[in-house]
Design a protein. Structure first.
Length: 246
């Protein structure tokens, strides 16, 4: 492995795959016994479905904390996904963006939506496989949550809201098949570039909230948001008209 590839499998403070909980998980899942294609797919499916869509207290949590929380959104799931990939010997990097907050409307309402910045920090993970880079974003929404959205909006194609921004809600292409996967791409409004790891990105761009807004989010608002997400996943939330993807 060359020096550049080695840096793309290295641990960092956020990609803390040497923590016991991550090492135990990797051993239990027997990911290292799989070939690269199926190793990536199995890790992808774990992060997508066993770490359910939800809101952690901060974007800059280490992977071990995201695993302990058992929930995550784009940025925190990306951190966990990268840590597990690197522990399994898969080179990967971080691509940062911002998304329009309209993408979150429905999953976030009321005061939570009002406090959210117009442009929200977003990311996906890029993996190296067979000499090419593949963009992976489709792990953000777990199957149960996405399935509930599809039932709520059965006639929608282009869709923006409830944590999704896709040209085809009913067939968004989120399954691992060795190609790019996306579920929020259509909400992106700026490209912040590629970074070797999330640590480097957050050192420059920080997190989405600060000050009083951050305190309110961590202590109160995110719990409201997670209850709303749970209601959506269970199918107990009435639908509202979505905005078209842009």
């Amino acid at each position: 492995m060359n020096r550049n590839s080695a840096s793309l499998t290295a641990a960092t403070p956020l990609l803390d795959y040497h923590q016991p909980a991550l090492k135990t998980l990797i051993a239990q899942k027997r990911w290292l016994a799989l070939d690269e294609y199926h190793r990536i797919g199995s890790i992808y499916d774990f992060v997508r479905n066993e770490i359910r869509f939800g809101y952690n207290e901060d974007d800059t949590l280490p992977a071990s904390r995201v695993l302990a929380d058992g929930i995550g959104q784009c940025n925190t799931k990306a951190t966990l996904f990268m840590a597990l990939l690197r522990a399994a010997g898969i080179p990967c990097r971080f691509h940062g963006f911002t998304i329009d907050k309209a993408l979150q409307k429905g999953a976030i309402t009321g005061l939570a939506y009002a406090l959210a910045p117009r442009s929200i920090i977003h990311s996906w993970v890029e993996i190296q496989l067979a000499g090419r880079w593949i963009n992976l974003e489709g792990f953000i929404l777990d199957s149960a949550y996405l399935g509930s959205l599809q039932r709520m909006f059965p006639d929608e194609a282009a869709f923006c809201g409830f944590g999704a921004a896709t040209p085809n809600l009913q067939a968004p292409g989120v399954q691992w098949q060795g190609t790019d996967t996306y579920i929020q791409k259509e909400g992106i409004n700026s490209d912040l570039g590629v970074f070797a790891d999330p640590d480097s990105f957050y050192a420059i761009y920080g997190a989405n909230l600060s000050g009083l807004k951050r305190w309110l989010y961590r202590r109160i608002i995110r719990h409201w948001m997670n209850r709303k997400v749970a209601h959506i996943r269970s199918g107990s939330l009435h639908s509202a008209p979505p905005q078209e993807a842009h």
